[in-house]
Design a protein around this ligand. Structure first.
Ligand code: SF4
Ligand code: SF4
Length: 308
């Protein structure tokens, strides 16, 4: 599958950025929850290892290294269990709304918004760098008391700041240049989500019984992971890296809502009032077309195009 030119996505995002949207608020809530959880567990003392001062913690009390480490590992395990359950019930919701790595990609894209002047680029870069810093600090807090950054001895100070600086550079660079390529080809969590992903009701649905679709292709062009939102039961063809090829597009869908937002924008621009692309809980097939209302379209090469 050839990648959509990134410039098309960026142009659509530029148009969308000028309009307020409920998805912006949802994403802020998702990111706040993720960062709140990442900071909350170690800073509250629920579980933490402190490789600097030995102030390990478990269940809000001081603990031995072994117990602190056990708490951290259980915390990571619980995170996987929770996201797995979300995945079973609602597909890759976490990818679209809660994953800070995906958010880094959004900050990276913002820097390249077409038509941005120098000041705008600087501001967008600063926002990306600040988010990268917050993410790196939240991860560091699980392994070291963050006070090492201002109270540590000279060696500890140098080491802590070097780790912080290099990690922020890596996180920022990831969002700026690798972006969604990581989600598509390398993310191990995304890979297993693609296998699990049995969400049958929640997700992107195409409802075109009334021929509301204006065939503008904005949904295809804006999808960050090169899917065809109008036909997510069709097989995806070859995918890069370790992602699974030939699975339905729905298994790879991040449920980020970008295609739905683009569709709402295009329909309203044309003065329409019915949006054919929707995200949420829907019964029935993923795609319902005008001429075949009530039946799912069958992709000619699909071996997966069954069920809704
Ligand atoms: S199909 Fe839509 S919701 Fe799914 S990843 Fe692409 S843009 Fe996001
Ligand atoms: S963005 Fe909406 S109107 Fe445009 S092609 Fe996609 S589904 Fe149709």
């Amino acid at each position: 599958m050839s990648r959509q030119p990134i410039s098309r996505r960026l142009k659509i995002l530029r148009a969308l950025r000028n309009t307020g949207h409920r998805f912006n608020h949802w994403r802020v809530v998702g990111m706040a929850l993720t960062l709140g959880l990442l900071f909350g567990v170690p800073l509250s003392g629920l579980a933490r290892v402190d490789l600097w001062g030995g102030r390990h913690a478990l269940l809000f009390r001081g603990a031995s290294f072994r117990h602190g480490l056990a708490g951290v590992l259980v915390g990571i395990g619980l995170f996987y269990v929770v996201t797995f359950l979300v995945n079973v019930a609602g597909g890759r919701l976490f990818c679209g709304w809660g994953c800070p790595v995906g958010q880094l990609s959004r900050f990276g894209e913002a820097v390249e918004t077409p038509g941005l002047d120098r000041r705008g680029k600087l501001l967008a870069s600063a926002r990306g760098a600040a988010f990268s810093g917050a993410l790196v600090l939240s991860v560091m807090a699980w392994w070291v008391d963050l006070r090492v950054l201002w109270m540590g001895g000279s060696k500890a100070l140098i080491l802590a700041w070097a780790v912080l600086f290099l990690s922020v550079v890596a996180a920022y660079s990831h969002g700026r240049w690798w972006r969604w390529g990581f989600c598509m080809s390398t993310c191990p969590i995304g890979l297993y989500y693609s296998f699990v992903s049995p969400a049958r009701w929640y997700g992107v649905h195409f409802r075109n019984q009334n021929a509301a679709c204006i065939e503008c292709n904005a949904c295809d062009n804006v999808c960050p992971v090169d899917l065809a939102p109008r036909d997510l039961m069709a097989p995806t063809g070859s995918r890069p890296g370790i992602s699974i090829a030939e699975a339905p597009g729905r298994n790879h869908c991040l449920e980020c809502g970008d295609c739905v937002r683009a569709c709402e924008f295009m329909i309203s621009k044309k003065g329409g009032d019915e949006v054919p692309l929707l995200i949420g809980f829907f019964s029935g097939p993923q795609r319902i077309e005008e001429e075949a209302a009530g039946t799912e379209s069958q992709h000619p090469n699909s071996t997966f195009a069954t069920g809704g």
